[in-house]
Design a protein around this ligand. Structure first.
Ligand code: UDX
Length: 454
């Protein structure tokens, strides 16, 4: 099939490249000329493992091309996929301006009957009908087209794998014709497909992200209780997750969710509900819990040190999760801001996200970036683990314990087993677990074990 993808951000690029990989003829459009030049050379503007190899192969085999021209993208396309950004307005609602512009440009350049225009961007319920109107009003001659909603569920860092091994493909369409065309487009992926109305498909995306965010805030609140009640969140989450009705995923307690989707989509859904005079109190709480969870470690550091003024903090991990350089809504942003506010200085390390964080916090007397984790912790009073990168989980604890200042470890991702920490003699604060004070013996383990399954 001939497919055009409008917008070469995360979703657009991954979708375009994967659709080319299964044999379609794909044209990706972006209005950013510099980005298109880079893409034409096979360079990906996003950090995603495997994407450049797949781009190179499909560029070479002439199934993938990049353009800034709407007439090139629209003239012969069977399917046009809208994957432009829908950023948050100041009140949390989704800003549909990019989507409207893209839809109008498609309308102006559509010359073939039967094209399906698919919205992949996450949009409020009812937006596909607006897309239809925007296109209709921009047509230069009467042309038959249909719209469809096809939300994506890709996770950054495993987006290609997620595309090929998704749990489901959701297709909201206007008619059997649209369903038929999209089912055919996705048939090479052999993934269960759910066909719904446009509105239900739009809602499935928001409801799924809101539910996952709820799971995270829920487990974080349980972790906060565990800290006060001497229970261990890792054991509690394991015990809960063994119940198949609950499931083990998204029960990892920590410093909350970040990224480009959960914060934006939860806020947007609260706003969507508000627009029809429904107060989504549960989701409002989920959002509030997440905001305070992001800076939970600062409270622990203040309790421990009394004051953070003049203290050196090593930050390990800046990305909102491992295997991405994305720092959007990352807890690291708030943690750094708050540490600087309390008069601490910061040494920050991340395997790939430093260039992005430097744009927010340029290097200064207060904040330095290092090229290894060990450099960051060398003269630190405290270490904050904010992203559970594999390399951070493999840090050599005895080396840290031997440092002159013997820094206190504040682990926001529960990267270490308490027994391992206990052996190292480090002082360790984590989420929803016992505080280890550096003493060599801790009777709690001896008496009660630590949750190993029999
Ligand atoms: C998410 C959805 O998973 C995806 O389906 C949707 O299309 C886009 O949003 P992504 O933002 O890439 O994907 O990240 P995800 O892996 O879901 O993690 C989101 C955040 O939640 C991260 O900050 C992560 O650290 C946090 N998280 C996740 C937890 O704190 N605990 C968990 O158990 C799981």
């Amino acid at each position: 099939m001939k497919v055009s993808v409008i917008g070469t951000g995360y979703v657009g690029l991954v979708t375009g490249v994967c659709l080319a990989e299964v044999g379609n003829n794909v044209t990706c459009l972006d209005i950013d000329e510099e980005k298109i030049n880079m893409l034409q050379l096979g360079k990906s503007p996003i950090y995603e493992s495997g994407i450049e190899e797949m781009m190179e192969k499909n560029l070479h085999e002439n199934r993938l091309s990049f353009t800034t021209s709407y007439s090139t993208a629209c003239e012969r396309a069977d399917v046009i996929i809208l994957a432009v950004g829908t950023p948050s307005n100041p009140n949390g609602s989704a800003n549909l301006l990019y989507l409207q512009k893209a839809a109008e440009n498609i309308g102006k350049h559509l010359i073939k009957d039967g094209t399906i225009i698919v919205t992949k961007s996450t949009v409020p319920v009812g937006t596909n009908n607006k897309v239809k109107q925007w296109i209709q009003q921009s047509l230069t001659e009467p042309i038959f087209f249909e719209v469809a909603s096809n939300p994506e569920f890709l996770r950054e860092g495993s987006a290609i794998q997620d595309t090929f091994e998704a749990d489901r493909i959701v297709i909201g369409t206007e008619s059997r014709y649209g369903t038929h065309v999209l089912k055919e487009l996705y048939s090479p992926f052999q993934i269960p497909t759910l066909q719904t109305s446009l509105e239900s498909a739009e809602m499935i995306k928001y409801a799924s992200n809101a539910f996952l965010a709820t799971k995270i805030s829920f487990i974080n609140e349980i972790a906060n209780l565990c800290e006060k009640l001497d229970a261990d969140i890792e054991d509690v989450a394991k015990g809960m997750g063994m119940d198949q009705r609950i499931g083990p995923q998204f029960l990892k307690a920590g410093i909350g969710y970040g990224g480009s989707c959960f914060p934006k989509d939860t806020n947007a859904l609260v706003q969507i509900a508000g627009d029809i005079e429904h107060r989504f109190e549960l989701l409002e709480s989920v959002i509030r819990v997440n905001s305070s969870q992001q800076i939970k470690l600062i409270g622990k550091a203040l309790d421990h040190f009394g004051s953070l003024k003049g203290k050196k903090a090593a930050i390990l991990g800046l990305a909102f999760k491992p295997n991405t350089d994305d720092i959007r809504e990352s807890a690291a942003i708030e943690v750094i801001k708050t540490l600087l506010h309390y008069g601490a200085t910061v040494n920050a390390y991340d395997p790939v996200a430093i260039p992005n964080m430097k744009r927010l916090y340029p290097e200064s007397a207060e904040i330095q970036y290092t090229s290894t984790a060990y450099e960051a912790i060398a003269n630190a009073d405290m270490i904050f683990i904010l992203t559970d990168w594999e390399e951070i989980k493999e840090l050599n604890l005895p080396t840290i314990a031997e440092l002159e200042k013997k820094p206190v470890l504040f682990d926001g991702r529960n990267c270490f087993d308490l027994r391992t920490i206990q052996k190292s003699g480090l002082t360790y604060h984590s989420i929803g677990r016992q505080i280890l004070t550096g003493a060599r013996q801790d009777p709690k383990f001896v008496e009660y074990g630590d949750g190993f399954e029999n």
